[in-house]
Design a protein around this ligand. Structure first.
Ligand SMILES: CC[C@H](C(=O)O)C(=O)SCCNC(=O)CCNC(=O)[C@H](O)C(C)(C)COP(=O)(O)OP(=O)(O)OC[C@H]1O[C@@H](n2cnc3c(N)ncnc32)[C@H](O)[C@@H]1OP(=O)(O)O
Ligand SMILES: [Co+2]
Length: 134
């Protein structure tokens, strides 16, 4: 079912500072800032030769990453995103096996304009999983 790792996401308290660290200290190529109010986050992608790192900062009062940052105020790895060919097929197999799809269970449009879903971290060894159809 799983394809490539599309990105690894890190929740950060200060997106500008994290972007500067990746760009200036680590010498990485970084994207423009993208506000995603429908997802409650502002993001920057760090573009690496083999994958991407998604830097996430809370946006708005009901951000899904606020509680995470309260527990880890200096930031931390928040989720891993795997590519799938058919997100509805993947979802239906996962639901049949007992995994919990977050939200209303329907894919939403993610940062790359592609359908995404999130799977409960308690069902995947303490790691929040994002699936992105490619
Ligand atoms: C889609 C746009 C963009 C893209 O790439 O295209 C993004 O990636 S946006 C990313 C932000 N969006 C999301 O994260 C959406 C899915 N997330 C959620 O629905 C919530 O964040 C959820 C349900 C994972 C956690 O909700 P909440 O913070 O309210 O915490 P809970 O008390 O419900 O947590 C239950 C339990 O899970 C542990 N937890 C929470 N978040 C994580 C995490 N990221 N990784 C590992 N574990 C996590 C939390 O500590 C609780 O554990 P407990 O033992 O009960 O304390
Ligand atoms: Co993501």
């Amino acid at each position: 079912m799983l394809g490539r790792v599309n990105h690894i996401a890190i929740a950060v308290p200060d997106l500008a500072a994290a972007t500067a660290t990746y760009r200036d200290t680590l010498g990485a190529k970084v994207s423009d800032v993208q506000a995603l109010p429908e997802h409650g986050v502002t993001i920057v992608f760090v573009e690496l030769p083999n994958t991407k790192v998604e830097l996430l900062e809370p946006l708005g009062e009901n951000s899904p990453i606020s509680a995470f940052l309260e527990k880890a105020p200096s930031g931390g790895i928040h989720h891993i995103c795997y590519e799938v060919d058919d997100i509805l097929l993947a979802r239906d197999k996962l639901v049949a096996s007992g995994a919990r799809v977050l939200g209303d269970g329907n894919p939403r449009t993610g940062a790359h304009g592609k359908p995404v879903l999130f799977l409960h971290p308690k069902d995947f060894f303490g790691t929040l999983v994002e699936l992105e159809e490619v």
